[in-house]
Design a protein around this ligand. Structure first.
Ligand SMILES: Cc1cc2nc3c(=O)[nH]c(=O)nc-3n(C[C@H](O)[C@H](O)[C@H](O)COP(=O)(O)OP(=O)(O)OC[C@H]3O[C@@H](n4cnc5c(N)ncnc54)[C@H](O)[C@@H]3O)c2cc1C
Length: 470
């Protein structure tokens, strides 16, 4: 997290700050001598940043004096770096109301002299460090800014635009965090399932010399392990696919790739962290009571994975962003491009191999149809009653995630078949890939049908009760 935040802060400075600020701050951030933070949240405002109170007063020398309190600031204080470069959102005196009046500032912990050496301590200090459920390796700080010297990044009142450079990067990073927690929990669960002896295989004893068979013989343990494995590998492919598009957008200015990544970012963040957390619980469950006690370390994965669903915009808000903003972005161009991508993949690869068609392409087609039907429902119903769209946004984020991973498995299935047909020396690897993909397509991807049914039931049952009746 320390370096992830530094990378994100450096990206925002690179994209939006003046050359002078870049020259002062970037080299030491890139070399990791200085770390970075992002400061949005305040005690009374988390999701609704328009309520922000932190103030910025312009000074004669072009700098600003920043005053206010930020909370939950990851990596806000520590002694692992010479300096900490806080990126702080604040409102310049007289700024427009709400989110349109927010500007972004660099506020260093220690001021930097003209010659680049460190000078006086700035008016930025840590009020306290939070006690929390997990991620104990990261300091989560209350930050107090008392007339701290700050430097404007980008234009006045355009702070959210600049901060989104950091937030979008961080959202993909947090999605990876959810996926990684699932992966490490799975690796541990797998070792345990092969080692722990309990019960006998219902189809015949597998470990006649021992008092019992290992857990991995039991179908219900297999179901859980296959859920974890197929998610971890499919999710990894999804992240790598997104990463190649991010590279294409950054390095060749590919606008289509940029648009697609923008559409997929809330899915990477929301779906992978929700599923990642679920997978850590599945892995913990394989340990039975030994997963609940601290000795084996499994509860730490669950505790650490939980935050990824909350920070960088809680997952409900990711779903809101997806349905309320990203679907209609650029006239719906990017979601149409995604549907087209799935459709053309199916078209190009169908009819060559009956087993591949039935096991991979047909399930992908069905799930993609569900997703399109949900999109259509939002278009027809969302305009007349926004509650209909927003009651289904969470389901939509999850069904979209499943279709993305389904597409990844269809692609991996294709590659595996080609490798096997081409006489690979690693038959076991590719057979395992195919079997894992078949599992995802048969047992995970059909979840889109349930999500669609929920979405199409509309918002009436969701909103039926008066607040007093809860
Ligand atoms: C360990 C940790 C580290 C953090 N690190 C940072 C950091 O480095 N920098 C930083 O600025 N912040 C950080 N945060 C803050 C984090 O980003 C916020 O907690 C998060 O964005 C949610 O804000 P909130 O807690 O105020 O919840 P609220 O905004 O009060 O939301 C509460 C719940 O209501 C939902 N909700 C809110 N509005 C809507 C709506 N319009 N429609 C539907 N649902 C809605 C949310 O999804 C959420 O589930 C961190 C938090 C924690 C716990």
């Amino acid at each position: 997290m320390y370096h992830g935040l530094t990378h994100g802060a450096a990206s925002a400075i690179l994209a939006h700050a003046s050359q002078e600020l870049k020259d002062i701050f970037l080299p030491k951030m890139v070399s990791c001598e200085w770390t970075g933070t992002m400061n949005l949240t305040e005690p009374h405002c988390g999701t609704d940043l328009g309520l922000m109170r932190t103030k910025a007063a312009p000074q004669d020398d072009g700098s600003f004096k920043i005053s206010g309190q930020k909370i939950f600031i990851s990596a806000g204080e520590h002694d692992m770096a010479e300096n900490i470069i806080h990126l702080v959102l604040a409102k310049i005196e007289g700024a427009p109301e709400g989110i349109k009046g927010v500007s972004l500032f660099i506020v260093p912990k220690i001021l930097v002299n003209d010659d680049g050496s460190l000078g006086e301590r700035n008016g930025a200090s840590v009020g306290s460090i939070e006690e929390k459920m997990g991620i104990h390796g990261n300091s989560t700080c209350v930050m107090n800014y008392d007339d701290a010297v700050g430097y404007l990044v980008g234009e006045e009142h355009k702070g959210m635009r600049a901060m989104f450079t950091m937030m979008n990067e961080a959202r993909v990073g947090v999605g990876m965090q959810g996926l990684s927690q699932a992966e490490v929990a799975y690796q541990n669960a797998l070792i345990y399932a092969k080692d722990r002896l309990q019960g006998r295989d219902v189809t015949g004893v597998k470990n006649p010399d021992g008092p019992a068979d290992p857990l991995i013989v039991h179908p219900d343990i297999r179901r859980s392990l296959m859920d974890q494995k197929s998610f971890a590998e499919g999710g990894r492919a999804f992240c790598l696919w997104a990463a190649t598009m991010i590279d294409a957008a950054h390095r060749s200015d590919d606008k289509d790739a940029d648009g697609l990544v923008s559409l997929l970012t809330p899915i990477i963040k929301g779906f992978l962290t929700d599923q990642g957390y679920d997978m850590t619980i599945k892995a913990q469950q394989i340990y039975g009571g030994h997963g609940y006690i601290e000795e084996w370390g499994m509860s730490q994965f669950t505790r650490d994975a939980r935050i990824a669903m909350i920070y960088e915009g809680a997952n409900g808000v990711q779903a809101l962003d997806l349905v309320g903003r990203k679907l209609a972005q650029d006239g719906g161009k990017h979601v149409m491009a995604f549907f087209e991508l799935v459709k053309s993949f199916i078209k190009e690869n169908a009819g060559q191999d009956d087993a591949y068609d039935a096991e991979f392409l047909e399930p992908l087609k069905a799930a993609s149809k569900d997703l399109q039907a949900a999109g259509m429902y939002f278009m027809q119903q969302g305009m007349t009653n926004p509650n209909n769209a927003l009651s289904g946004s969470y389901d939509f984020m999850h069904m979209f995630g499943h279709v993305c991973i389904g597409l990844m498995w269809a692609r991996m299935g294709k590659a595996a078949r080609a490798a096997l047909a081409g006489g690979t020396s690693d038959t076991e690897f590719y057979e395992t890939k195919l079997a894992t993909g078949r599992y995802y397509m048969a047992r995970q991807l059909p979840a889109t049908a349930l999500h669609l049914t929920r979405i199409q039931s509309g918002g009436d049952t969701v909103m039926a009760l008066e607040a007093a009746n809860f």
